[in-house]
Design a protein around this ligand. Structure first.
Ligand code: SAM
Ligand code: SF4
Length: 487
């Protein structure tokens, strides 16, 4: 399938649709005697979060104000649900939530509901919305993010439901969109979209289309702009970020190198890296550039070569271990995290023990662990030898026990050290505790001693600042500490 690059010739129509919607929502604001509002609910991975920053930018350009508590089940004039089809039970979640929004529509508190994201690429979900959720006004898939204002304008002006699912793989540069970034210190920068790998369990290639990469010059321009605006952290994103292929044959190290050269970024993060495209060059760059995060997210999925083959993952356990050892040797204070699936069809106890062995040998600092679940339309969904639920939960529990122990040890190894933290804000559990991350992506909760406290600052004022923290205590998923210097 060919990739269609959205160029500036379409921008006039995009801007016009936003302008028309501005007028429309201004009318609603006048009639309600308050600003028209939106609620944006985002599920799933950082690529969805990045899409939502663009949706938020477009909604605000239309004159809508974000409600207090956006992302929760609360009424607003316009509700947008950006769905994910990777997480388990995503469909139950979506349809349950749509039920709640129905009551807001009946009370006149919500007038427009739009549903987008990966779940809209699954025909059963779209059919179900068409059949049973008449109050949903607009449905579109992730490939058409750049058409959101046009689709919304048409749905509003024609007073009828619009369902737009396309078969094309579009790519629009970030400069096409107004972007409302969620965090004032961190910029999410997708550099490639889609996936060609068709791992047999995964819905992403169907939901997100074929692999396509942004232009390197556009990425570098955006990064320079972000550095000028004062962003300290940039997160380069892609389903497989290291599979980046620029129009002139540039590969991922060229993007990483360009980002590392830009003055102002304190942290350059990148994820996820596919093991098939990881190179010693990338690891060497992590080791040599002080502003590239000392953290590698490298999804293993399984430690059994037989299962990796069934999963259509084109690497083996030895390749993976070689990369992990190389990283540990070159980046001694760094961290490796991973994704693991337990209970893939045909997984034997021996295969599973192979996974536990690799987990132990890599001593992952953290891991996202998943119980295999069927995704309709994928090859694995129709494989024989699906693993019984009780076996999956037993294996999953054993993997979690091991991984929790490793994560705790990784945190324990920090105790007594002092490292630089990028402050993310106030901890969700205690108002006098701040939270942030080390260069290796370890989560840290810390206090400010009285001598360093600035009575004129609230916790929010610290967001995006850098400080040194001495680590005092380890927990299973985080480290405690005390600030020793604010930078
Ligand atoms: N592209 C990345 C890679 O290949 O390493 C992973 C992206 S995927 C969106 C995120 C994770 O979801 C995968 O690494 C996998 O562990 C998990 N996942 C995907 N499909 C799954 C399924 N059917 N059952 C359980 N976990 C799944
Ligand atoms: Fe899914 Fe595999 Fe593509 Fe990752 S590489 S997004 S797991 S198909």
């Amino acid at each position: 399938m060919s990739v269609i690059r959205v160029d500036s010739s379409e921008k006039a129509g995009f801007d016009k649709a936003i302008e028309e919607l501005r007028e429309y929502f201004s009318g609603i604001s006048k009639s309600k005697g308050r600003p028209a509002t939106y609620n944006l609910l985002t599920y799933g991975c950082q690529l969805n979060e990045s899409d939502s920053e663009k949706l938020a930018g477009m909604l605000q350009s239309m004159g809508l104000q974000k409600i207090e508590g956006s992302g929760e089940l609360a009424p607003a004039d316009v509700v947008v649900m950006n769905t994910c089809s990777v997480r388990e039970n995503a469909d139950k979640h979506l349809f349950g939530n749509l039920g709640v929004f129905k009551s807001f529509c009946s009370k006149g508190e919500t007038s427009i509901i739009a549903v987008c994201g990966c779940m809209m690429k699954v025909p059963e979900n779209v059919e179900k919305i068409k059949r049973s959720y008449p109050y949903v006004n607009l449905v579109f898939d992730p490939q058409q993010l750049h058409r959101f204002p046009l689709l919304l304008r048409d749905a509003v002006s024609m007073h009828k439901r619009s369902v737009s699912i396309c078969g094309e793989d579009y790519i629009a540069e970030d400069s096409y969109f107004p972007i409302e970034r969620e965090r004032k210190f961190r910029a999410l920068v997708p550099i490639m979209y889609g996936c060609n790998n068709f791992c047999t369990y995964c819905i992403v290639p169907y939901a997100r289309g074929r692999e396509r990469s942004r232009d390197l010059s556009e990425i570098v321009e955006e990064l320079n702009r972000l550095a000028d605006q004062g962003y300290k952290e940039v997160m380069l994103l892609g389903q497989n970020v290291n599979s980046y292929k620029g129009a002139n044959g540039e590969r991922f190290p060229a993007v990483l190198e360009a980002a590392a050269k830009i003055k102002g970024f304190n942290r350059i993060r990148f994820m996820s890296s596919h093991p098939k495209d990881i190179s010693t060059e990338i690891v060497d760059m992590v080791a040599e550039n002080p502003n590239i995060e000392t953290h590698l997210h490298l999804p293993l999925q399984s430690g059994s070569d037989r299962i990796l083959k069934l999963m259509n993952r084109p690497y083996n356990r030895e390749d993976y271990l070689k990369t992990a050892h190389y990283f540990r040797e070159k980046v001694p204070n760094g961290a490796i995290s991973t994704d693991i699936i337990v209970g893939f069809p045909g997984e034997t106890e021996e295969d599973f023990l192979g996974t536990l062995e690799v987990v132990k040998e890599c001593a992952f600092d953290s891991a996202f662990t998943f119980q295999y679940s069927k995704r309709p339309g994928t090859k694995a969904a129709s494989m024989e030898d699906q693993i019984p639920h009780d076996v999956v939960t037993d294996r999953f529990g054993r993997l979690l026990d091991l991984q929790n122990d490793l994560a705790y040890k990784s945190n324990l190894a920090k105790v007594g050290k002092t490292e630089e933290i990028l402050i993310e804000g106030q901890s969700s559990t205690a108002p006098d505790i701040l939270t942030g991350r080390t260069m290796s992506n370890h989560l840290v909760n810390f206090t400010i001693p009285d001598a360093l406290k600035d009575p004129g600052k609230t916790s929010d004022d610290y967001e995006g600042m850098l400080c040194d923290v001495k680590f005092t205590n380890a927990r299973p998923y985080s480290v405690d500490g005390e600030m020793v210097r604010l930078k």
